[in-house]
Design a binder for this molecule. Sequence first.
Ligand code: ATR
Length: 288
Amino acid sequence: MTVSKSFRTLSGSSRLAGVMGWPVSHSKSPKLQGYWLAKYGVDGSYMPLPVKPENFETALKSLRDLGFGGANVTIPHKQAAMAACDHLSDRAKRIGAVNTVTFDDDGKMHGDNTDGFGFIENLRQGAPDHDFAKGAAVVLGAGGACRAILVSLLDEGCPEIRLANRTRKRAEDLAKEINDPRIKVVDWPLAPEALAGASLVVNTTSLGMVGQPKLEIDLAGLPQTALVTDIVYAPLMTDLLLQAKERGNPIVDGLGMLLHQARPGFHRWFGIDPEVTQELRDFVLSPD
Ligand code: ATR
């Protein structure tokens, strides 16, 4: 067997990280972090780490004791990670979940949540002229993914967030927990009316995802200048985005949120703030 010269082995001082989930086989993180490791020629490795809920805390401590730099944490461990960490970033506390853990030299575990960062950075890259402080946002949904988005929009100075969820109580509970008067809960059937004068529309529901029903919303009342985005990225062009594009609204798809949320972890574990490029997007979407 001949080994290609470009083939890279790990050294004895390789930096290590990974993603803990159960299951974890669907995670795109190893592919995406692996791309950056190769691109920047880092002596390091990023692994899928299937960990059952009952083993989470022991496994996290073991990673630290094995010399890992840290780990991403995905479903169902995001709350358990919050409880296990010694220190939490302000945004992790406010979002109520941890998706990125870093171990320091003293063995302390630092928990952060980079989902809101990923959401904002995706919009900054895809719609650089968008001014978050300029107008109201309409946010559809109140599930797990929504909270980080609400917190990040408030941090960007969004003056008003109209929050609509099929189950109104869930939106009310979320608004109460975040406790910011800029969040106004609206009834799900009244979401089309709430589009009037808005400058941003975000779908955080699972509607429009492969295998899920479409998101049916009439955009007629939305100003044509309003930015429309979706956290669903399979398919990349959801019906919401197609409808918005057709009527002339600027759109940003959801893939970049996944890519940008991974940057802070890579930076901390491997020492480089990596770039999100078209080539990376194509690579992540390519069949395994
Ligand atoms: P995640 O944690 O991944 O966000 P989730 O907590 O199950 O997932 O949230 C899914 C979101 O999609 C919720 O806002 C959900 O609305 P409910 O809170 O009413 O369940 C929304 N959703 C899912 N199916 C829907 C449907 N058919 N119509 C409207 N909203 C729907």
